[in-house]
Design a protein around this ligand. Sequence first.
Ligand SMILES: Nc1ncnc2c1ncn2[C@@H]1O[C@H](COP(=O)(O)OP(=O)(O)OP(=O)(O)O)[C@@H](O)[C@H]1O
Length: 394
Amino acid sequence: MTAAPANPSGAPSAPDSTPDTATPQAGDPVFSVRNLWKVFGPKAGRVPGDTSLTGLSAAEVRERTGCTAAVRDVSFDVARGEVFVVMGLSGSGKSTLVRCLTRLIEPTAGALHIDGEDVLAMDRARLRQLRRTRAAMVFQHFGLLPHRTVLDNIAYGLEIQGVGRAERRARAAGMIEKVGLAGLGERRPGQLSGGQQQRVGLARALAVDPEVLLFDEPFSALDPLIRRDMQEEVIRLHREEGRTMVFITHDLSEALRIGDRIALMRDGEIVQLGTPEEIVAAPADDYVRDFVRDVPREQVISVRRAMRPALAGEADTGVALAPGTVVAEAIEAVARSGEHVRVVEDGRTLGVVDHARLLAVVAGLDADPGAGTDAGTAPDPGGSHTAGGEVAAV
Ligand SMILES: Nc1ncnc2c1ncn2[C@@H]1O[C@H](COP(=O)(O)OP(=O)(O)OP(=O)(O)O)[C@@H](O)[C@H]1O
């Protein structure tokens, strides 16, 4: 339907006219999503094109048409190598959106590309290949085969691909090590804890070496300690491999911990898309503000955002911290030294933070210190809006 808007993301450009054969480049997005809709219900197809409906709330659309607009006019890019988190309350459209990426759910309207290739134009065979080898999904219910050993469960995806027995078992054995299940390869899933089972699910997805891992609330059934463990595991795997990940969660602390960028959904729309710091420091509206109200700001907001210009003499004294250092660390440095700290990049003092700036961050009185970047402006809810147009890397 609608053409892709001219690079609404400020980040990598949309490959709307890229030929399918193009080799992906480092800066190209993996997924590029433009004006995507998923409407469930009778005559769903008429909703996205009907301007008398598109401006209405999800509840109003339902009342008028009997349809549920689960994803509404969503646009974003997933950059190569990032952890892209889709967050929102139950029913906000997270699962529907992520399932649309590989057409496990068929989008109603919009444009969707992976590495420049039009996903909506893929035939069944190509789609199967997409799901098996390019964008593997890790589900909350791990879907393990109960009568198979852990090793054979991990090898299962390779078996479907037609990889020979010896090779798939060798590759699966490597994955067992990688996800911390060494020695458990011959057990059955029923002989494992929930966390261990989730690791098997993760290893199975990793074994096929997909370009993107799609996680649908994978850890929500786990108890908090094991959940934390698994989050660390994902972060570690991501650091080691730089694999692109799309991660659904309704848990804000999980999103803040693992996300390079977070798309916050409400009623099928993305209400804000940004780094954890941008979302916590500059919520797009009252809904987001409410969402992040209890976040310990000093653990998310960096000294780059908290700093003020150095006064005469200040640029030459004081402890030096990198711009990405979180305020919590700066508090410790200021408390120890009793004076301001400098924010230094490449040997240059960018600014300073003192007691007053740090307390303002903790108290939430630091509204829009990032003025001058686009961090303080109202974001385009559909676009991948990041301060300075940069995509944070882990
Ligand atoms: N097959 C379907 N038919 C009709 N409506 C659906 C269907 N699947 C999802 N929906 C509706 O679409 C909306 C979004 O659902 P979705 O499952 O994507 O939300 P979610 O954010 O993933 O929720 P949760 O966190 O509870 O899984 C909800 O109103 C849901 O009832």
